[in-house]
Design a protein around this ligand. Sequence first.
Ligand code: NAP
Length: 292
Amino acid sequence: MTSRSTILVTGATGNVGRQVVSQLVAARSGTVRTLTRTPATAVRTGQVDVRQGDLSDPVALEAAVAGADAVFLMWPFHSAEPADAVVDTIKCHARRVVFLSSGAVQDGLAAEQQHHPVGRSHARVERLIEESGLAWTRLRPSTFATNTLWWADQIRAGDVVQGAYGAVPMALLHEADIAAVAVRALVEAGHDRATYHLTGPEALTQAEQVRAIGQVLGRPLQWHELSRQEARRRLLADDSFPDAFVDPLLDGYADMLAAPHPAITHTVEAVTGTPARTYRAWVSDHAADFRM
Ligand SMILES: NC(=O)c1ccc[n+]([C@@H]2O[C@H](COP(=O)([O-])OP(=O)(O)OC[C@H]3O[C@@H](n4cnc5c(N)ncnc54)[C@H](OP(=O)(O)O)[C@@H]3O)[C@@H](O)[C@H]2O)c1
């Protein structure tokens, strides 16, 4: 990319996209443009060109992507249904795309054969991008540390976090590390046709994650194990959690419990030159979110 290039960031008000925008602005790598349905919540600096629109609206996407060289594509939908139109529109304008896919995508399986619904939709988008003629890089991150913000209400209310599958180990990722890899792939040469499997630097069970939050906050936090049925009932009653995600989430935990211990990749460091941040570092960055 030249210093005059324009990069469109989708999902720019989300966990990863917000970091991509800030890091691109800090890198002064050209013009940063964003597409959001809610411009009021977007990162706003003089260097960010915020466009309002829905990713699934071809007219809004066309207006946002016209003149852009590269796109950071985040997939906010539960299916791959709008993907043909989205990829077609991008390829008419941009030369490259960095796709935030998912570690749920399993190698060697076609999109239709993927076990997890997130794997199915993301694998289909990956394939469309591959067939589009665009230059591409795809990121397949493990579980985001931001998922543990789901516990914030319980932690503000007391010292116990209740949930199912407390023994599931996860190599949680800081959103800033995912974004740092995305930014390299957007602004540097050498990342074409790369699939980056991203993890954090250590695997911690959910019960250990709760203790780590307690250590950072200086509180004796503990995990309390619920049955799957009880956890399912509570998640379905939680208005902030989409019902459609409840069973896939719990199935994903059951699969992770049965699977071998998660492999730690060192891809964040290999791409950015800096090791992936620990979960404790993430908690420190988000400590205010857990405080009363
Ligand atoms: N959570 C995990 O553990 C995990 C692990 C691996 C992969 N992933 C993948 O990472 C992605 C989630 O990333 P994230 O956590 O950064 O997202 P997020 O924080 O949930 O934010 C969602 C973003 O999508 C935007 N958005 C939603 N619907 C939109 C639409 N119709 N048109 C345009 N923008 C829309 C929202 O923007 P506005 O509301 O402003 O429009 C917001 O910026 C998903 O694809 C997920 O499968 C997640």
